[in-house]
Design a binder for this molecule. Structure first.
Ligand code: 2AM
Ligand code: CA
Length: 267
């Protein structure tokens, strides 16, 4: 099933790369303020779901652009972000990826994140580790925040938690060596798994942004939680992840900034 996910991710990647130099010709729809989708997002998703549903007719699919399809009762659900980092893609900023995860009875069992520009393929199989282009990857041994390189996502849609977010940013900035906002959550998580970032946090993500990346990090020896340290990140869309030595110190600096709303979301 991992091979099939890889095949689907590469096929979608080909569609994305072919469209890169004619972005000005694409039909772009605004799903909500600052949230865009193009023909490429939709075509890439149809390519992925076509491959997966042909191979596994009994499985369901949930995609960012076309929603849920397939048998409601299936134990297997493929969760797909055909183009994570659409805003980057539309600006020709080369940081975006295809993300495909397979859930079995609510648990992520397989994850693929594919960067078609750099041709980097990140894969994870529950219990069997994580790889980048077939080589094993691990999170960093970074002990605390001093000297750490963190990734994050700055709120772009729902600004209601902007102040809380900026408080977290300010606290984490003090000790970290640097903070990056690259614009594709799926790739940010893959980078934590690969040891390129020591940690990452963001509020307001969807399942398809995170699912494959979460398994990558767990299989690379890292920890993933929501803002309160719990495991409801898929429900509340907030995520904090890092190697096991950095995860606690990050949470300690994030928690004091949680508002009642953010705390309720994790409850
Ligand atoms: P998307 O491109 O698949 O929608 C990072 O903050 C995450 O938010 C990305 O994974 C991205 O996924 C999503 N996102 C949607 N609109 C965005 C925007 N205008 N700026 C940054 N990220 C955006
Ligand atoms: Ca996304």
């Amino acid at each position: 099933m991992l091979n099939m996910a890889v095949r689907a991710a590469r096929a979608a990647g080909d569609i994305i790369v072919r469209a890169m130099d004619r972005v000005d010709l694409l039909n772009i729809t605004t799903k909500s303020r600052n949230d865009f989708a193009s023909d490429v997002d939709r075509q890439a998703e149809l390519e992925i779901t076509g491959i997966l549903q042909k191979a596994y007719p009994g499985h369901a699919v949930l995609g960012e652009e076309h929603g849920f399809k397939g048998p409601e009762s299936s134990d297997f659900v493929w969760v797909i972000d055909p183009l994570d980092g659409t805003t980057n893609f539309l600006h020709g900023f080369p940081q975006f990826a295809v993300s495909i995860a397979l859930f079995h009875r609510g648990k992520v069992e397989r994850g693929v994140v594919y960067d078609p520009v750099k041709q980097e393929l990140f894969t994870a199989v529950r219990g069997a580790g994580a790889t980048l282009n077939n080589r094993r990857i691990r999170v960093t041994p970074q002990k605390g925040l001093t000297g750490a390189l963190l990734g994050t996502g700055i709120p772009f849609k729902d600004q209601s938690y902007l102040d809380a977010y900026l408080g977290m940013l300010k606290s984490l900035l003090k000790d970290a060596a640097g903070i990056r906002r690259a614009g594709s959550a799926a790739l940010d998580l893959a980078y934590v798994a690969a040891g390129r970032l020591d940690g990452f946090w963001e509020i307001g993500l969807n399942q398809w942004d995170m699912a494959a990346g979460v398994l990558l990090i767990q299989e690379a020896g890292g920890l993933v939680s929501d803002l309160e340290g719990g495991d409801r990140y898929f429900e509340n869309g907030s995520i904090v992840c890092a190697n096991p030595k950095l995860h606690g110190p990050m949470l300690d600096l994030i928690k004091p900034h949680l508002t009642k709303e953010l705390r309720q979301a994790s409850a």
